[in-house]
Design a protein around this ligand. Structure first.
Ligand SMILES: Cc1cc2nc3c(=O)[nH]c(=O)nc-3n(C[C@H](O)[C@H](O)[C@H](O)COP(=O)(O)OP(=O)(O)OC[C@H]3O[C@@H](n4cnc5c(N)ncnc54)[C@H](O)[C@@H]3O)c2cc1C
Length: 634
């Protein structure tokens, strides 16, 4: 009964839906229902917002009180004569509601950003841009490379402005990450009601952290809704591109159906992502193995798991999802781990969204936006301060400061509480500071799997792969299947194509140490922009979609400037890049991700972090909102 789909609005169903409410969010929504912020004064106040805690630590009595106030108001609203328009309070009152929902003072710095994210129709800073007031853009041509989350977003925003563009996508469908990673168990590890475009809500996510097919479907739906199909060329892989100084155009070479094509564009936007090119491990004998061997992002159609002896190489984010999903199907499963992952306790990780919650998200005014805000706030910048290394810290090299050490204790206890066999502790408790690598979501599934009778965790170094299996120092284990959960060539930006802005190939100039401005633009590449570029991955905070929205808005501002001023070419100044890089590198030097005990895909071959952002979301939001023409030469 509790989880039946709500089709009819009646007293009983409203009451049922409230059972799955987040009560701080419900209270915020009441402001829109009654049109009066004063209602919050009479309701219990949430204590604080924490990742994974959507009830603000309200007691059962306090939640019951909110429910008692809400029920008759919602009955009147839904069953009586309700106003059609959403009541939107003043900016000042919105700030008060923010403070209420997360139980703390949301600093003034964040308010404009949060108002934009909330997008309740009040803010001047709308995400959606006005179409450009230019009569003829037809001479301006843009190529977007990639139709993943970022390429689709870029396309939506260029289309809104009436700027002509094409999308080239190497695959035969959209979704990028969410179409290529089809391994069992693949899902988001950022809450889905936040991992979605700010302007394109989905109230029907079936799980709080939905699986790959649902993500793929979401992006496909957005692609279709915004009519991007006609301007997208699938099965078209960009192989190289060169900028011509005299024509101020990019000549782009691509391959499609075995044919080579060349086309010219004013401007190129790379949306190829950081995690698109699989990285194979450098292990001798990889090509000798007689059984099935494949990368996690190239999961085969035919079954290599059922009843088989399977090895998983790696224990990062993909392995962490694969192992629990396949453990019961394998005859034997062996996980080869180089370093153990830190995990964040999260009981909702595999949990379904209650039908009542979906109904509230869909129907109750403001509910979905305030719920998103409640997920966003604790998942945004709160953690960042604790990720700086305290130079005076005396607590050893497995933590970086006092808070980090406390976190270490909490996470360690959570691991120990799950172990039946304590001898496993040495293998599964990481020996580097928490948050040094991507934190994984712990609902117990990982350690439960590792403790199954048919599952083994090996921490000895792999020596080689033979035709029969994997050998470590003193043991050869035979396998039918080897899964390479070894990540992506994240540090080699634009590695799927040769990019020459007139001064040589990007990868030859930079190697794995790219220099950019905001991770969006490069002083060697005129008329070229990137989403999810260097230093823009998020490890301290929420969804990559947030950063992509910032980048897309910035790129749109630059294009506006070019078109309105009839500029043929523009390139960010060397000094702008230099100043930004110095600031970026100085900040990263102080952070946990560059700690000597940490080795991760955030780092390049010299151990420097090149993929990940050390900035507060609000800083990055502000910088990308304020395009400065003086940063560019024309
Ligand atoms: C398994 C997995 C789980 C993840 N989970 C999360 C998560 O929970 N939260 C989160 O915030 N992020 C997560 N990420 C990061 C994820 O990559 C981003 O959130 C987001 O999907 C990136 O979108 P994108 O469009 O920038 O890149 P991608 O999704 O990688 O898309 C790039 C597109 O470019 C195309 N392309 C590449 N090269 C060429 C070329 N030369 N020519 C033509 N087309 C080309 C590719 O085919 C692809 O379609 C995850 C990544 C992986 C791999």
């Amino acid at each position: 009964m509790h989880n039946q789909k709500i089709v009819k609005i009646n007293k009983n169903n409203i009451s049922l839906a409230l059972k799955s409410a987040s009560f701080p969010v419900l209270a915020a929504s009441l402001v829109h229902v009654v049109g009066d912020i004063g209602i919050l004064d009479d309701l219990p106040k949430p204590k604080m917002a924490m990742l994974g805690e959507v009830q603000g630590y309200l007691s059962e009595e306090e939640k019951a009180l909110i429910e008692t106030v809400a029920l008759p108001l919602l009955e009147e609203y839904f069953l009586g004569n309700r106003q059609k328009d959403l009541y939107v309070p003043s900016d000042q009152d919105m700030h008060k509601i923010m403070n209420y929902v997360v139980g703390t003072d949301v600093s003034e710095d964040y308010v404009p950003m949060m108002l934009e994210e909330l997008n309740l129709g009040l803010s001047e800073d709308k995400v959606n841009v006005e179409p450009l007031d230019v009569k003829d853009n037809s001479q301006f041509s843009v190529l977007i490379i990639g139709a993943g989350m970022s390429g689709i977003l870029m396309g939506i925003k260029l289309a809104e402005r009436g700027i002509p563009f094409k999308i080239y996508e190497k695959n035969n469908s959209v979704g990028g990450t969410w179409t290529e990673n089809r391994y069992p168990g693949c899902r988001v590890d950022i809450a889905n009601h936040f991992y979605s475009y700010s302007f394109e809500e989905n109230h029907q996510w079936s799980e709080y952290f939905s699986k790959q097919p649902e993500l793929e479907e979401y992006f496909q739906k957005c692609f279709t809704k915004y009519q991007l199909a006609e301007i997208t060329q699938f099965n078209t892989e960009v192989s190289s591109m060169t900028f011509n100084d005299s024509s101020n155009m990019w000549t782009v070479q691509s391959k499609s159906d075995g044919q080579e094509y060349g086309e010219v564009f004013n401007l190129v936007i790379s949306c190829v992502g950081q995690l698109n090119q699989p990285k194979l491990p450098e292990i001798h004998g990889l090509d000798l193995f007689d059984g099935g061997i494949f990368h996690s992002a190239r999961w085969p159609e035919d079954n290599h798991i059922l009843g088989k002896k399977v090895a998983v190489i790696g224990s990062g984010a993909s392995a962490f999802q694969i192992v629990p999903a396949i453990a019961d199907d394998c005859k034997e499963l062996t996980v080869f781990q180089r370093s153990a992952p830190w995990m964040f306790p999260n009981p909702d990780y595999h949990r379904e969204v209650e039908e009542g919650k979906k109904w509230l998200l869909e129907n109750l005014p403001g509910y979905s936006r305030w719920y998103r805000f409640l997920l966003f706030w604790p998942g945004s910048d709160q953690l960042l301060d604790s990720l700086f290394v305290d130079p005076d810290w005396q607590g050893g090299d497995t933590s970086i400061n006092e808070t980090n050490d406390q976190m270490r204790e909490i996470f360690t206890d959570a691991i120990l509480a799950q172990l039946q066999d304590e001898s496993l502790a040495e293998k599964v408790i990481p020996n580097y500071p928490p948050f040094g690598k991507r934190m994984l979501q712990d609902n117990g599934a990982w350690l439960q799997s590792l403790q199954k009778n048919n599952v083994k965790l090996v921490t000895d170094e792999i020596q080689e792969i033979t035709h029969a299996g994997i050998s470590t120092k003193d043991h050869l284990s035979e396998f039918d299947t080897i899964i390479l959960a070894t990540g992506f060539k994240a540090q080699e930006f634009f590695s799927s194509m040769l990019v020459d802005g007139g001064s040589g190939y990007f990868h030859e100039q930079y190697g794995d140490s790219p220099q950019s401005y905001l991770g969006i633009t490069f002083d060697t590449l005129p008329n070229f922009f990137s989403t999810y570029g260097p230093g823009t991955n998020l490890a301290h905070a929420g969804s990559i979609i947030f950063n992509s929205e910032c980048q897309v808005r910035y790129i749109c501002s630059v294009i506006d400037h070019m078109i309105l001023n009839n500029l043929k070419s523009l390139k960010v100044k060397k000094d702008t890049v230099k100043t930004y890089q110095e600031k970026l590198e100085a900040r990263l030097e102080q952070m946990v991700w560059q700690h000597p005990k940490v080795s991760s895909w955030y780092q390049n071959s010299q151990g420097k972090v090149v993929t990940t952002s050390p900035w507060r979301l609000v800083e990055y939001w502000r910088w990308t909102k304020n395009f400065q023409p003086s940063d560019y030469e024309f």
